[in-house]
Design a protein around this ligand. Structure first.
Ligand code: 3MF
Ligand code: MG
Length: 344
């Protein structure tokens, strides 16, 4: 039954272990070798940043970019994999220092819009309409450094430019309230979907919800997902976990809060997510202490936890739930959930 879910991750989820306080601790694995890992680990979908697919894209013409992306598509076909989405990586380029779309420098804003268009070209060459916007540096360290009202207008314009440029594009905004910025624009799915309504084609703008990002905003990830599902706008998820309000940890799904993970799975089940054909993305990070030959377990473990929780959701005694709700005995309901999760 549970096999109907399809899973994805990005090549950045197998990584060398550098953090802001220390260098890499594991050797780099080339992209082709990472691709071989997907099926072994139980994954069918590959998430891309534009430059994961075409690393040197800033030095290539639009035609060369499409040609290289087409080569990557052949590699995916060869492995029986599909591309889930492509996201423009604006935050590593010097022109993205001040945020790209919302930069104060108009030349940087123009660069960001062009880069998003190239990202759309790459998506089409890889055979996916989904573009993900994680608005990494679109925000401020210093509130007075930008006019936030104008910044939101720039964002509307950039999204509309991409929708008009690429009639196939479906843009899923991945909200996050902070990090790397002190405060980021579009911190929640509510912001993202309000923005979608203002787009030239609202039907082509939706959301991707990441567990840790919702938690960092002080919100419940399952309710954030429920909101997007209720609007028909949950187009992907980045499941992981987060132990309190600190840096974005990207821990193994369920590792910090198993019940919170259960509720995310429950809402995906209630919302018919598997039937939508959308991927369950796992945006998880191997611990820096993990040795190189086992630095993929965070991915397979997250998938296993997810599937075990699907079973838990499907086997929860519905009659007990209904009775507890009818009696308004939520203590009993809570205990039934805990017993069920503990295997009782
Ligand atoms: C940052 C993230 C990002 C995005 C990715 C795709 C590196 O907190 O979650 O992962 O998910 O850029 O949009
Ligand atoms: Mg993410």
């Amino acid at each position: 039954m549970a096999a109907e879910y399809r899973f994805s991750f990005g090549p950045w989820n197998i990584h060398e272990g550098a953090d802001p306080f220390g260098p890499t601790v594991r050797p780099s694995i080339e992209f082709g070798k990472k691709l071989k890992r997907y099926k072994e680990l139980g994954f069918d979908g590959v998430q891309f940043h534009d430059d994961d697919a075409v690393p040197d894209m800033e030095n290539l013409s639009p035609e060369q970019i499409v040609k290289q992306a087409a080569e990557v598509k052949s590699m995916l076909d060869g492995e029986g994999l599909v591309a889930e989405f492509v996201a423009p990586r604006l935050w590593e380029d010097p022109r993205g220092i001040d945020g790209g779309f919302t930069a104060n420098d108009s030349a940087c804003r123009a660069w960001a819009v062009e880069r998003f268009k190239r990202c759309c070209d790459i998506g089409n060459a890889l055979g996916t309409p989904l573009r993900v916007l994680w608005l990494a540096r679109e925000g401020t360290y210093i509130r007075e450094s930008k006019n936030a009202i104008t910044a939101y207008q720039y964002l509307f314009d950039a999204i509309n430019d991409a929708l008009e440029y690429d009639p196939k594009a479906e843009i899923a905004i991945e909200p996050k309230p902070n990090e790397p910025m002190d405060h980021a624009y579009v911190p929640t799915i509510g912001h993202a979907l309000a923005l979608a309504q203002k787009a030239v084609d609202p039907a082509r703008v939706g959301g991707l919800i990441e567990t840790a990002h919702a938690l960092l905003a002080g919100l419940d990830p399952s309710d954030e997902m429920a909101f997007a599902l209720s609007m028909g706008k949950l187009w992907s998820v980045h499941l992981n976990d987060q132990n309190g309000l600190k840096f974005d940890q990207d821990k193994t799904f369920g590792a910090a809060n198993l019940r919170g993970a259960y509720n995310q799975v429950r809402v995906l089940e209630l919302g018919g997510y598997p039937e939508s054909g959308r991927f369950v993305g796992l945006d998880v990070k191997a611990m820096r202490s993990q040795k190189a030959d086992v630095a993929h377990k965070h991915l397979s473990n997250s998938r296993t936890v997810f599937l075990r929780l699907v079973e838990k959701v499907r086997t929860f005694p519905k009659d007990v739930e209904q009775q507890c709700i009818a009696d308004r005995d939520y203590e009993a309901l809570e205990m039934a959930v805990l017993e069920h999760l503990m295997g009782g």
